[in-house]
Design a protein around this ligand. Structure first.
Ligand code: FES
Length: 123
């Protein structure tokens, strides 16, 4: 069936508009465009501000012992052989020990975190 064979649809009546009906004019655009630009820039700035605030409140520990109210580890100095390397980036799969995951984290984020290294003095 082609479009030319469709039956004519009855059109609803178009009411007469009163003379006070709103019509867009050039003056409306002269006001609306700057207002829209200011609103868009303002919205962008507010979203940037809120994102920065939420980053400051973000959690450092994203996956280690999350059901514990506080993650604490304790070691006796006598148990450290000659050297121990502890994670400070909270990304290690062997936490609390460093597994080198800080390197990937630093590359992805531009951060500069690294491990805590404890070693016995040379005798
Ligand atoms: S893996 Fe976290 S400091 Fe090395």
């Amino acid at each position: 069936m082609s479009a030319t064979s469709l039956p004519a649809m009855p059109m609803p009546p178009i009411p007469d508009l009163p003379s006070s009906t709103f019509r867009l004019t050039k003056e409306h655009f002269l006001v609306a465009v700057p207002v829209a630009v200011v609103a868009a820039v303002g919205g962008f700035l507010v979203s940037q501000y809120l994102n920065r605030r939420s980053c400051k409140k973000g959690q450092v520990n994203t996956c280690i012992n999350k059901d514990s109210p506080k993650v604490v580890h304790s070691f006796d100095m006598e148990d450290i052989a000659t050297k121990a390397v502890y994670c400070r980036c909270w990304k290690s799969k062997k936490f609390p020990y460093c597994d080198g995951s800080h390197t990937k984290h630093n590359e992805e984020t531009g951060d500069n975190v690294g491990p805590l290294i404890i070693k016995k003095k040379d005798a």
